[in-house]
Design a protein around this ligand. Structure first.
Ligand SMILES: Cc1cc2nc3c(=O)[nH]c(=O)nc-3n(C[C@H](O)[C@H](O)[C@H](O)COP(=O)(O)OP(=O)(O)OC[C@H]3O[C@@H](n4cnc5c(N)ncnc54)[C@H](O)[C@@H]3O)c2cc1C
Length: 509
C-alpha cells in the first residue's frame, strides 16, 4: 500500500468522524468562512435573493478582514475608493480618492449594520477543518474551540492575504528588540526617536516608510528588489462632490464607470507587453527622476524587470521619505537577523530597537489554509500538490457545492479586487439558487470542464508579464502561476456571468 493510499484512507476516516460530530447541528443553507469584504458581500447578495439561512464563521472578534488587520500607519487602498467599494453599496462620503484603512473599515462596519448581517456572524470561530459528507450532501466545518457547523453549500472566503508572512531569514527568533509585522501593528509601541529597520519594499512598506520616517530617530530600509512606483493621484473629496453624489447617485456611478475603464486600460500595460507597457515604464522612470536627484540612489531604485511582472506601487511620498536625513536604503542582501539587528552579507551589523516586517502574507499556491476534504474524503491539498486549480477560479472537481472567493487564477493585477469579487458573489448566488430550485444534493463541476478551463488559462498566462521571468509572490518556486487571471476584468466578469450547467454533474437529493 502506498503512503498516498494510506493518507487518503486516513482522511476519509477523519471526514466521517467530523461529519458524525456535526450531524446533530441544524445545517445552514450556506456556510461562509470569513467576514471580510467577500464573506459579507456574499451574505448581502444571498439575502437580497431571499436566502437567509446563512452562517458566517469568523476567527476574529470583529468584521473587516484586511482592513481590520492592516492598521499600520499610512495603510490605505491603492485603487480609488469609488472603485474599491461595492457597486451595490456606494458611499458618497469617501474623504479622499484613496481612503485610509480606518475609513474602509468603517464602511465595512456600516455595511454590516445597513444590511443586518450581525445575525449571521459567529465570531471567534477559527475554522480548522472543512469536510464534505457525500451521504447527506452537507459541508461540515470544525472550529478551534471544538464547535461544529454545517451547510448545504460552503463558501471559502477566508481571504487571499489574511495570514502574515515572515521571510525565511536565519536568526529571525534571535532579535531581542521589538518585532512588528505590518498586518499586526502594535499601536502601543512608540517609534519616536528609535532605530528602526524595515524589511521589505512592497505595497505595505511604501505606505509605512513615509510615516515611520516622520517618527524614527534612524530608519533603515532593506530592499531586495526595487518596485515600479507610480505617482498617486490622491485628493481630498470636496464637499460639493459628496453632495452631488448624494443628490444624483448616477454621477457617482458614472465616476465609478470611468475609473473602471481607466483601470481596464491599464491591463494593456500590466498584463501584456505592449506600447502601453513602455509608456507606463516611462512614467515610472519620470517619477523616479523627478523625485530622486542622487544618481546612485536612483540606480538602486530602478527596477531591472518589465513593469507589471510584480505588483505596481503608487506613492508620492515614498521616494522623498528615503531621502530624509534620518533614512537609509540598504540593498545588500540580508545574511541573518542577530540579537541586535540585521546582518547583511558584506558583514555589517545594523543595530535596531525595532524591526518592522513589511513582508506580505503567506500565499498558498498549492496548499489550503486548513484541511478541506471533498467527496470520499479526498484532500484538496493533495489535489493541489502540483499547483492549485479550479474551474473559473470558483469550483473544484471532487468538491461539490463548494465555492471559493479569490480561488486559483482570480487575482487582479490592474483593477479593483472588489470588481472581481462581485462577479464571484453573483456566481455563488446563481449556484445556490440552482441547488435550491432543483433540490440538488450536489452540484459538482466535471473534471473535464476544469481541465479544459485550466489548459486555456495557463496558455494565456504564458504570454503575460507575470510569467516573463521575474520572481514574485504570484508564482510558485518552480514558476507555476496559480494566482493571476490573464485578462481584463470585463473578460473575467463575462466568464462568470453564466452558470453553464453542462459543465456540472447534477445529483438530485
Ligand atoms: C494592506 C492591503 C491593502 C490592499 N489594498 C487593496 C486595494 O487597494 N485594492 C484591491 O483591489 N485590493 C487590495 N488588497 C487586497 C485585499 O485583500 C482584498 O481587496 C480584500 O480585502 C479581500 O477581502 P476578503 O474578504 O477576500 O479577505 P479578507 O479581507 O482577508 O477577509 C477574510 C476574513 O476571513 C477570516 N478568516 C481567515 N481564516 C479563517 C479561518 N480559518 N476561520 C474563520 N475565519 C477565517 C479572516 O479573519 C478575515 O476576517 C489589499 C490587501 C492588503 C493586505
Amino acid at each position: 500500500m502506498t503512503n498516498a493510499t494510506t493518507s487518503r484512507k486516513g482522511t476519509a476516516k477523519a471526514a466521517t468522524t467530523s461529519a458524525k460530530r456535526a450531524s446533530n447541528v441544524k445545517p445552514a443553507t450556506v456556510l461562509i468562512v470569513g467576514a471580510g469584504f467577500a464573506g459579507l458581500g456574499t451574505a448581502i447578495r444571498l439575502q437580497q435573493a431571499g436566502i437567509r439561512n446563512i452562517v458566517i464563521l469568523e476567527r476574529a472578534s470583529a468584521v473587516g478582514g484586511t482592513w481590520r488587520d492592516n492598521s499600520y500607519p499610512g495603510a490605505a487602498c491603492d485603487i480609488p475608493s469609488n472603485l474599491y467599494s461595492y457597486s451595490f453599496d456606494p458611499n458618497p462620503d469617501w474623504s479622499r480618492s484613496f481612503s485610509g484603512s480606518a475609513e474602509i473599515l468603517s464602511y465595512i462596519e456600516a455595511m454590516v449594520e445597513r444590511f443586518g448581517l450581525q445575525q449571521y456572524i459567529r465570531f471567534n470561530q477559527n475554522v480548522t477543518d472543512l469536510s464534505y459528507d457525500d451521504d447527506h450532501g452537507l459541508w461540515h466545518a470544525s472550529t478551534e474551540g471544538g464547535a461544529s457547523f454545517s451547510g448545504r453549500v460552503a463558501v471559502m472566503a477566508q481571504g487571499p492575504l489574511s495570514n502574515p508572512g515572515f521571510p525565511a531569514i536565519p536568526g529571525i527568533e534571535d532579535f531581542k528588540g521589538k518585532t512588528v509585522h505590518s498586518a499586526a501593528w502594535d499601536h502601543d509601541y512608540d517609534f519616536r526617536g528609535k532605530r528602526v529597520g524595515v524589511i521589505g519594499t512592497g505595497a505595505s512598506a511604501i505606505q509605512i516608510i513615509p510615516e515611520l520616517a516622520k517618527q524614527a530617530g534612524k530608519l533603515t530600509v532593506f530592499q531586495r528588489t526595487p518596485a515600479w512606483v507610480m505617482p498617486r493621484p490622491d485628493f481630498e473629496t470636496p464637499d460639493w462632490q459628496k453632495t452631488l453624489f448624494r443628490k444624483v447617485p448616477a454621477s457617482q456611478s458614472a465616476l465609478r464607470k470611468g475609473l473602471y475603464l481607466a483601470h481596464e486600460s491599464m491591463a494593456l500595460a500590466v498584463i501584456w507587453q505592449s506600447p502601453v507597457t513602455r509608456l507606463a515604464e516611462r512614467l515610472g522612470r519620470w517619477h523616479l527622476r523627478r523625485q530622486v536627484k542622487d544618481r546612485w540612489l536612483r540606480r538602486q531604485l530602478t527596477p531591472d524587470y518589465r513593469i507589471g511582472c510584480k505588483r505596481i506601487l503608487v506613492s508620492n511620498d515614498y521616494y522623498p521619505a528615503l531621502q530624509q536625513p534620518n533614512s537609509k536604503l540598504i540593498t545588500w542582501p540580508i545574511a541573518r537577523i542577530s540579537e541586535n539587528g540585521v546582518r547583511t552579507v558584506e558583514g555589517i551589523e545594523h543595530q535596531f530597537d525595532a524591526i518592522v516586517y513589511a513582508t506580505g502574507f503567506e500565499v498558498s499556491h498549492s496548499g489550503t489554509p486548513f484541511p478541506v476534504r471533498g467527496s470520499a474524503g479526498r484532500l484538496l491539498a493533495d489535489d493541489w500538490a502540483r499547483g492549485a486549480q479550479a474551474y473559473k477560479s470558483i469550483n473544484v472537481a471532487g468538491y461539490p457545492n463548494l465555492f471559493l472567493t479569490f480561488g486559483p487564477n482570480s487575482g487582479p493585477g490592474h483593477n479593483s479586487a472588489l470588481v472581481y469579487m462581485e462577479s464571484q458573489i453573483d456566481y455563488i448566488v446563481k449556484g445556490v439558487k440552482t441547488i435550491l430550485k432543483r433540490n440538488l444534493k450536489a452540484l459538482a463541476v466535471k473534471d473535464r470542464a476544469q481541465d479544459e478551463y485550466n489548459a486555456g488559462i495557463q496558455k494565456r498566462l504564458a504570454r503575460t508579464n507575470w510569467n516573463s521571468g521575474c520572481k514574485s509572490w504570484y508564482l510558485t518556486e518552480d514558476g507555476f502561476n496559480a494566482t493571476m487571471y490573464p485578462g481584463f476584468a470585463t473578460q473575467y466578469a463575462n466568464q462568470m456571468s453564466e452558470l453553464e450547467l453542462r459543465d456540472y454533474t447534477l445529483i438530485t437529493a
